[in-house]
Design a protein around this ligand. Sequence first.
Ligand code: APR
Ligand code: ZN
Ligand code: ZN
Length: 361
Amino acid sequence: MTHQVRAVVAKGKGAPVSLETILVPDPGPGEALVQVQACGVCHTDLHYREGGINDDFPFLLGHEAAGVVESVGEGVTDVAPGDFVILNWRAVCGNCRACLRGRPWYCFNTHNAKQKMTLADGTELSPALGIGAFAEKTLVAAGQCTKVDPAVSPAVAGLLGCGVMAGIGAAINTGNVGRGDTVAVIGCGGVGDAAVVGANLAGAARIIAVDIDERKLATARTLGATHTVNSRETDAVEAIRELTGGHGADVVIEAVGRPETYKQAFYARDLAGTVVLVGVPTPDMKLELPLIDVFGRGGSLKSSWYGDCLPSRDFPMLIDLHLQGRLPLDAFVTETIALDDVEKAFERMHGGDVLRSVVVF
Ligand code: APR
Ligand code: ZN
Ligand code: ZN
């Protein structure tokens, strides 16, 4: 059977997205059909629409989602109809070199559904990050479904599927923040704020939030930042050094993705400290640093892809902590919107007053 559902599609470079009826096949071997309950609006969806990822239009947008499994294909044993799941874009293969070495979060052969979803005229859709969840139903690889406690609200759960996991993981997985560490987070949007929350969860002694927007700093404070620095007015590197006894922070998380903020991160860390780049730069950006400083300051310069998360390990754990009142994930849902409001949500993104707009079905 083919399912006809409403979905948000980007048909051409830079063109506003449109609500379309799409066709979703029943799950084949290794696949699952998911009734989407909530899906957050992420910058990456906008990048797809603007042609910044690739030219495989039309795109079926949406990838920060949670929902209920409706049916599964042959051979699927890990999830079953009725399961409440967060969709992930890291369904690890188990067989590549990274997986075999016990580092599945670097898997380079992750699974997506094999069958294609299409427009009504049969045109194949490219699902954003292999998910495509601004749709009433979507087809994914079963491994993209991670079961979590259904007591959580779907709008909150979905956010762990991308940006919030990236930020929390940048702190707890990539940065390996530990008890008593000093941490600075540069850029306090959804990702940076999630890094603040992650650093707090890991027991950081001091969490310095840096942004050029005073409203963002106020939010970061409510999420656990102990100090804030407005880097439009103050030199971020000096301010972070001052707040860390003149040393610099043990871990600096760069959640903007620009050369100038990366340089701040590089110089604002203590000797032998760690820089984590979780903000995503564009291909034209270049970084220039004295090599002697790279050598002389030691430590580690890391990137964090999707928070180096392992969905099967991290999603259920973080949802449980949230349900116990130990992780304020609900603070990331600024507004819930309808499926036909995605284009408006893209506009609001630029205003800087939203952490996440979340489509609820
Ligand atoms: N210095 C400090 N903060 C800055 C600067 C700067 N030069 N430029 C922008 N910012 C702040 C913004 O004010 C905003 O609070 O960075 C934040 C970026 O937040 P969002 O636009 O909400 O983006 P977010 O979803 O958090 O993603 C951040 O991570 O996943 C990537 O592609 C994503 O590169 C992006 C980054
Ligand atoms: Zn693998
Ligand atoms: Zn995303």
